[in-house]
Design a protein around this ligand. Structure first.
Ligand SMILES: [Zn+2]
Length: 274
């Protein structure tokens, strides 16, 4: 495998980057410049709490045409859900910078909130996405059964849906595809140990349903050269998206340029981006 930087001239869209994260405060503009230099043409900034969603909208206003926002409450914070929060997310959902509701869903791996709290916040946000008529950006970890049941119940009323940072089994993948979901793939696939089953599953995703993301600052892609990731202090950022693309291209036996064009077109169609 070549250690050279993936082909120049790519045009990529990172559909999930947590750019409101405090680790980006000090070098935000330099980080964005590196993303552009790496061919990242659009970034959807993940809002996973009221505060980060508001920051994501603010960033999208300041970098119009480059950054876009999602607004939702991550299952880790589900205990905070309230009628007041629902009204605040409802207002955010109407902002033009917010191209998707979420991230929301279920996470029974960390269990920072009880399962019941998580299901309550998720159900309410499914209803918000239906009311807003916007796409949905979903998170699921170790909760496939409950998550699938809830998604299935609301699926007919929902528009476009992406299961972001997909890390589950091939069976789970096919159940999401059967519900007409898009699938977001992160640098998890680059992990020598955890990514093995994803290398197989990613081949099953139809061309039109595949989206790519960094989930920065998390999930540093391990196939990026050590000198590069050391220079970035081992923090993941959108400039590393080409390495996620490369691993997916290898797994699917696809051409990197073609896969870049395909996933960027999918992201534009999914979020309604110019
Ligand atoms: Zn997530």
């Amino acid at each position: 495998m070549s250690a050279a930087s993936p082909a120049a001239g790519l045009e990529l869209i990172d559909i999930g980057a947590n750019l409101a994260h405090e680790s980006f405060h000090a070098d935000f503009d330099a980080m964005l410049a590196r993303a552009r230099a790496a061919g990242v043409a659009r970034i959807v900034v993940t809002g996973s709490s009221l505060d980060s969603a508001r920051q994501a909208v603010e960033l999208a206003r300041r970098h119009r045409g480059f950054l876009y926002a999602t607004a939702g409450l991550h299952p880790h914070h589900a205990a905070e859900w309230s009628d007041e929060l629902a009204a605040q997310f409802g207002a955010l959902a109407r902002q033009p910078e917010v191209v998707s509701l979420g991230e929301c869903g279920l996470d029974y791996f960390r269990n920072f909130a009880t399962h019941e709290e998580q299901r309550r916040a998720f159900a309410a946000q499914l209803a918000l996405a239906v009311a807003a008529g916007k796409p949905l950006f979903l998170h699921q970890r170790d909760a496939h059964g409950d998550f699938l049941a809830m998604l299935r119940e609301h699926r007919a009323q929902l528009g476009a849906v992406v299961v972001h940072c997909f890390t589950d089994t091939r069976e789970a993948l096919h159940e999401y595809l059967a519900l007409d979901c898009h699938i977001g793939i992160t640098g998890w696939i680059c992990d020598e140990r955890r990514g093995t089953q994803l290398l197989e599953a990613v081949r099953d995703i139809p061309d039109q349903r595949l989206l790519i993301e960094t989930d920065a600052p998390y999930l540093l892609p391990h196939n990026a050269p050590k000198e590069l990731t050391r220079a970035l202090h081992r923090r993941n950022e959108p400039a590393l998206l080409p390495w996620v693309l490369r691993k997916i291209a290898q797994a699917r036996g696809a051409d990197e340029q073609a896969l870049a064009r395909l996933t960027a077109a999918n992201a534009r169609r999914f979020f309604g981006l110019p």
